[in-house]
Ligand binder design. Structure first.
Ligand SMILES: *[C@@H]1O[C@H](CO)[C@@H](O)[C@H](O)[C@H]1NC(C)=O
Ligand SMILES: *[C@@H]1O[C@H](CO)[C@@H](O)[C@H](O)[C@H]1NC(C)=O
Length: 319
C-alpha cells in the first residue's frame, strides 16, 4: 500500500511536465532494424503514430498529443452511425499483428464543427481515450507546433500502415511504412489545387512519385527543427489528387491553425490539453531546408508496390 502511494506520488510529480516529440528508443540506437525495401519504419521511430480501427480493421492513422488525446482527420470519422464504442486506437508497435500492441477504447469523438466535405476545410478531429496512455518509448506524444513556427522545417516524414498480403492469407503482415516529405510553397500549390484553403499545406517530394498516399488519412506529417531532436505535428494527412503521381503533392491540414481549437475542445470535454505541460525544446533558430540530407529513396519496385496497395482506405480523390 505504501509502495503504491509512493509510486502514485512519483508518477504525479513526473506528470507535471511531459516531454513531447522525443523518440527515446529510436535515438538510443534502435534494437534492430529490418532491412526490407529501406522504407519500413524503425522501432520507436514514430512512437506517436496510432492506428484507428473499427471491428479490428485499420482505417485511418492518428497521432498521440498527450496521454488522453489523439489527433486525426475529420473525414475519417464523419459517418453519422459511427459511435465511440465502435472504435479502438491501436498503438505501441509498428507491427499491427504484434502481441505487444496496446488497444485503447474511445470515450468520445470530437469533429471540427466547420469541417467542409466539399473542399475538406478544417479536416481535423480529436479522439478522447477511455483510459490514459502510459508513455514507454514505444508510445510517446508528439509536440504541437507553437507560434511562431519555423518558416521551414528541417525534416518531415509521413508514415502509415501498408498491408502486405503474403501468399499465406493467414500471415498478413502489417508494418508501418515511412515516406520523406518536403513542404511546398502554398501559392505554388494553389495553382495545382484551386480548392486549397489557408488551413491546408502541401507536401511532396519533387521528381519522386511518393506523396501522402503512402501514408494513411488522419496520420501525422511529423517534422523536426534542425537544432534539436524534437518532432512536431505539422500536418494531418487529408486529401490529394491521386496516389503517387510524380510532382503531385498531397494536402494536409495545417495544424498550427488549430492549437486554440484543441485547447478549447479538450477543456470542454473535461480533459484539457495544456501545450505548456508538453515540453518540446523551443524553436531557437530559423531553420533552413536540407532536402539533400534526406535518405535516398528506396528501390523503384518498392515504391510501385506501395502505390498499388489499397493503402489509404479513406484517401479522398477529387479529380
Ligand atoms: C527535378 O527534375 C527537373 C527536370 O529534370 C530538374 O530541373 C530539377 O532540378 C529536379 N529537381 C530535383 C529536386 O531534383
Ligand atoms: C491559418 O494559417 C495561415 C498561414 O499561417 C493564415 O494565413 C490563416 O489566416 C490562418 N487561418 C486561420 C483561420 O487561422
Amino acid at each position: 500500500m505504501l509502495l503504491l502511494s509512493i509510486l502514485l506520488l512519483m508518477s504525479q510529480a513526473k506528470g507535471v511536465h511531459v516531454e513531447c516529440g522525443k523518440r527515446p528508443i529510436f535515438e538510443g540506437g534502435s534494437q534492430y532494424s529490418r532491412i526490407i525495401g529501406g522504407m519500413e519504419a524503425e522501432v520507436g521511430e514514430f512512437p506517436w503514430q496510432v492506428s484507428i480501427q473499427a471491428r479490428n480493421e485499420h482505417f485511418c492513422g492518428g497521432a498521440i498529443i498527450n496521454k488522453w488525446w489523439i489527433v486525426t482527420a475529420a473525414h475519417c470519422l464523419i459517418s453519422e452511425e459511427l459511435l465511440p464504442t465502435d472504435l479502438s486506437v491501436v498503438l505501441g508497435s509498428n507491427d499491427l499483428s504484434s502481441p505487444s500492441l496496446d488497444i485503447k477504447e474511445v470515450a468520445s469523438i470530437v469533429l471540427h464543427k466547420d469541417f467542409q466535405k466539399v473542399n475538406m476545410d478544417n479536416d481535423i478531429a480529436l479522439l478522447l481515450l477511455a483510459s490514459p496512455i502510459t508513455f514507454n518509448g514505444q508510445m510517446e506524444p508528439i509536440c504541437i507546433p507553437r507560434k511562431p513556427t519555423p518558416s521551414t522545417w528541417h525534416k518531415c516524414w509521413v508514415a502509415g500502415w501498408g498491408q502486405t498480403n503474403s501468399d499465406d492469407k493467414y500471415s498478413m503482415k502489417i508494418e508501418l511504412m515511412k515516406v520523406p516529405m518536403i513542404i511546398m510553397d502554398w501559392e505554388k500549390c494553389l495553382k495545382a489545387f484551386p480548392k486549397l484553403t489557408k488551413n491546408m499545406l502541401c507536401a511532396g517530394y519533387e521528381n519522386e512519385s511518393f506523396d501522402a498516399c503512402q501514408g494513411d488519412s488522419g496520420g501525422p506529417l511529423a517534422c523536426t527543427t534542425e537544432s534539436d531532436k524534437t518532432w512536431y505535428l505539422v500536418g494531418i494527412i487529408s486529401w490529394g489528387k491521386s496516389c503517387g503521381r510524380k510532382n503531385t503533392p498531397g494536402i494536409y491540414t495545417l495544424l498550427e491553425n488549430y492549437t486554440l481549437w484543441i485547447k478549447k475542445v479538450t477543456e470542454m470535454e473535461g480533459r484539457p490539453f495544456n501545450a505548456e505541460e508538453m515540453r518540446g525544446s523551443p524553436n531557437r533558430k530559423q531553420m533552413r531546408s536540407h532536402a539533400a540530407e534526406f535518405p535516398e529513396p528506396g528501390s523503384r519496385r518498392f515504391w510501385l508496390l506501395i502505390s498499388l496497395l489499397p493503402y489509404m482506405l479513406l484517401w479522398a480523390i477529387f479529380y
